[in-house]
Structure formats: C-alpha cells, structure tokens
Design a protein around this ligand. Sequence first.
Ligand code: FES
Length: 228
Amino acid sequence: MKNEMTGKIKILKDGPYVVTGNIKLSEKIITSQGKGYVYREGRELPQAKTYTLCRCGKSKNPPFCDGAHSKCDFHGDETASKADFVDRAEVLTGADLDMLDDHRCAFARFCHRNDGTAWELIRQSDNPTLKNEAIKAASECPAGRLVTVEKSGAFIEPEYEPEIVILQDPERGASCGIFVKGGIPLQSADGSLYEKRNRLVLCRCGESVNKPFCDATHIHIKYLDDQV
Ligand code: FES
C-alpha cells in the first residue's frame, strides 16, 4: 500500500460496482501446481479511469456491467457484517505463529501448499521452513480470510499495490470473484465504508449469501462468465 489511494469501489443498490480512480484491472487464472496453486495471466482487459463491474452475474459483457441487472430482478442486498476483521476472526494458536481466521472463504485454495494447509502448518511453525510456508499459505489467500500473526503480535501482510483482479477457476469449471488488492476503499450502497483491507474478494456471480463478499457460491452454481 505504498501509493496514496485516490480511487474507490462504490456498490450501487441492486446494481454493479463502480470503480473510480484509474485502478488497474487484470485477469488471473487459478492454476494448480503440486499440491498448491499459482496464478496464470488471463486476458488483457481494457483499462479506464472509471468502469463498472457486474455484480449480478448476468452481464453479456463480463466482467463489465451491461445493464442486465435491471432486467433480471437482481437483489443485491449487502448482508455481510461490517465489523472489523479482528473482531470477527477466530484466533488460532500455533507453535511459533498464530493465525486469525474469519471464515470468509472464496475457495481460491491458496491455503493449500505442498507441506500442508495453513491450519496444519501453523501447528508446526516451530520449524522455520514450515513457518515460512504457513505465512505464504495465509498471505496468498485473496479473500483475506487468513492472517498470520507473530507471537510478538505483529500481523503479516503481503505488500500489494492497488489493483482489481478478475479471477477465473477453470479447474472447478467456474469463474471466481473479484480480487481487490491493496486497500482500495469499498463503499456500501448506503454510503458507509467497509473496513479497508489489503485483500478481499467481491462476489460477481450474484448469488453469495454474504454480499458484497464472495462466499464460494460460484463453485456450487458453476457460474461461468464464458471467458475461461
Ligand atoms: S450488475 Fe449490471 S449487468 Fe450485472
């Protein structure tokens, strides 16, 4: 979060996300490697100072809004808690590393690594190699569900520049949510602001029960924006 942030994402009632401030837009493809996952570059997406991203899942021009939300009777009520992450998250104690887990899962699976899952790895974090792996497993979670914490109380976060990444998940035959990186402010349809976070994933299939955040429903409904 090095640059001064001028842009933001504004949620429109029963409509799209309006992104202002010239925020970079890209697409990445979740790709398995060993027992873990990496990102592969996706399509090049057009860049603009202001753009609107589909939230209802029905646009014929994804990831952008094409007005379909007004014809499909989209109900985009924001149901997610606005409480801060640290107040919502469960504290998990490991050997040399603790972890916060708010259970807000986008099913991106970066918490799985060759040596185990983030939960298994923190338990073995008195081994420096596995501690490092635990940090990666938590930090690479795009949803920001997992945050590792040193025994000193210091939170560990990757350095991200502000960017919006459209995620694709061909392994699961689905299109994933919108990965918002680098503390871009997120404004509710009612004008209030969500907690600023370095990592979060927004729903774009229209069916999350925890709107505006992704809750992995895109996997169950096999949401496909036909660009995979
Ligand atoms: S939100 Fe406008 S088309 Fe989906």
